[in-house]
Design a protein around this ligand. Sequence first.
Ligand code: HEC
Length: 119
Amino acid sequence: MKFLIRTLHIAIFASLLLATVLAPSPLFAQEASEGASLVMEHRCYACHDMDKALIGPPYLAIAARHAGHKDVMEKVLATKIILGGGGNWGMVPMVPNEHVPEQDALVIARWILGLPPSR
Ligand code: HEC
């Protein structure tokens, strides 16, 4: 009986451990939007943060600046994400990110433009 209980405990412990290991990390949690994981995947975080200016402007500031013309900006931002460019935020231009497929760039642009104005 004791042996059985111990075995049961080990089995429960093992499955809990497995569940923890297999569970997606919060960043890639299923409910996290595709755009949010794409900017991680494509390493945009080297220059962009949600609400702090790094080398590039924060995503929330980009969303706020283009809030009035989201429809046009979706394609414009997607193109700029891939080809790079400057002149909108200061002296430093964005490097080209040619490893980003156009489809991903569009999803990212849509995600940025859809961010809430203030959090
Ligand atoms: C080496 C640094 C760097 C990296 C890496 C980088 N960016 Fe940028 N990004 C910048 C800078 C600098 C600007 C400001 C450009 C300007 O003044 O127009 C910028 C601007 C932007 C803008 C706003 C453009 C506008 O005209 O308002 C978006 C959107 C953007 N980046 C998305 C991305 C995404 C998505 C990635 C990842 C695929 C990325 N960036 C990677 C530096 C970077």
